[in-house]
Design a protein around this ligand. Structure first.
Ligand code: GDP
Length: 331
């Protein structure tokens, strides 16, 4: 089938600024594309839209598979949407980088929210490196903001590097947990707890209400042992039932309080500045590497060095000493 006509820069810009979801989806597909024309169009579009970005509260949600992330996001998103918020839900799924199988990707998730008029759900892009997914998701956040979404939720699974990536693109990072039997801290990576701005024990319903409360107590105790946060924020630990939609509002109140506190002490904008700068530095480094390796002469020279190292004619150190700015950039 022939490819549909690529929308123009103006059509995309105007459509997004009017909050048109179909145009927004097309724009996201363009920024996810590797096609050179799409990349050029994506770059000019993002430049056009930059003044209209930054206006959402960016919230990361993580937790192990089965903790209830999609049930929570559905309940939370519906709550927000019923309170007049425009909610965009994006996800970073490390398993979607491999073509087969995906942890977050099944289509039946968040069916109610998917129908809500002021909600927009976009699954993790597939077939990209995890770094590529993170890059595209950051740009997708910007596009959603330009389209008027005031709350962005980025979901990730509690495995691999994806939490750190999401933490680096959001204002507020929420860790969903379960009341475990016995040792409450078992199985939770300390590093992830340290990243969290709120801990929420989900499934606090039925028989599980008391265990959830006890788990919350245990986590509160554990958090005391962590160093104070740079944001000046004290991490709340609460319980909720996503299935019954209980105590969802408390979580939203915490987020508003966090925004208030960090906007007051300057951390909110400091963090955003650091995030965008570190995104740029990483992406610039990657671009420089790609550009150099894409150069035929450099590619050939590297191939020759590899051969000589493999044949033990050159040590790794010796080969590295031949990779100098003079030798590699003067042509
Ligand atoms: P995810 O893998 O983290 O996205 O988890 P899901 O949202 O798919 O939930 C996993 C299972 O837990 C499903 O069967 C949900 O119905 C159930 N679940 C999610 N939240 C709650 C809750 O608050 N209470 C109870 N009892 N079950 C829940």
């Amino acid at each position: 089938m022939a490819r549909k006509r690529r929308p123009t820069r103006t059509e995309l810009r105007e459509g997004i600024l009017q909050g048109d979801r179909i145009v927004l989806s097309k724009a996201i597909t363009i920024i996810e594309s590797q096609h050179p024309e799409d990349q050029a169009l994506g770059a000019s579009l993002l430049d056009d839209l930059l003044p209209h970005t930054g206006g959402s509260i960016r919230i990361g949600v993580t937790g192990v598979p089965g903790v209830g992330k999609s049930t929570f996001i559905e309940a939370f998103g519906m709550f927000l949407s019923q309170h007049g918020k425009k909610v965009a839900v994006l996800s970073i799924d490390p398993s979607s980088t491999i073509s087969s199988g995906s942890i977050l990707g099944d289509k039946s998730r968040m069916t109610e929210l998917a129908q809500a008029r002021n909600a927009y759900i976009r699954p993790s892009p597939t077939g990209m490196s995890l770094g590529g997914v993170a890059h595209a998701t950051r740009e997708t956040i910007l596009l959603c903001e330009a389209a008027g979404y005031d709350t962005t939720i980025v979901e990730t699974v509690g495995v691999g590097q994806s939490e750190t990536m999401v933490k680096e693109m959001v204002d507020f990072f929420l860790l969903l947990m379960l009341a475990g039997g016995g040792d409450e801290l078992q199985g939770i990576k300390r590093g992830i707890m340290e990243m969290a701005d709120a801990l929420v024990i989900n499934k606090a319903d039925g028989q599980n209400v008391d265990p959830a409360k006890h788990a919350a107590e245990a986590y509160r105790g554990a958090l005391h042992l962590f160093p104070p946060k740079e944001s000046g924020w004290t991490v709340p630990v609460s319980t909720c039932s996503s299935l019954e939609g209980r105590d969802i509002e408390t979580i939203w109140q915490s987020i508003l309080e966090y925004v208030d506190t960090t906007q007051g002490n300057g951390y909110f904008s400091l963090n955003r500045n650091e995030q965008v700068l570190s995104w740029f530095k990483d992406a610039a480094r990657q671009r420089i590497i790609d550009e150099l390796l894409g150069d035929r002469t450099i590619h050939q020279s590297l191939g020759q060095l590899e051969q000589r190292v493999a044949d033990r004619q050159l040590s790794v150190r010796g080969a590295l000493s031949m990779i100098t700015k003079e030798a590699w950039l003067q042509h």
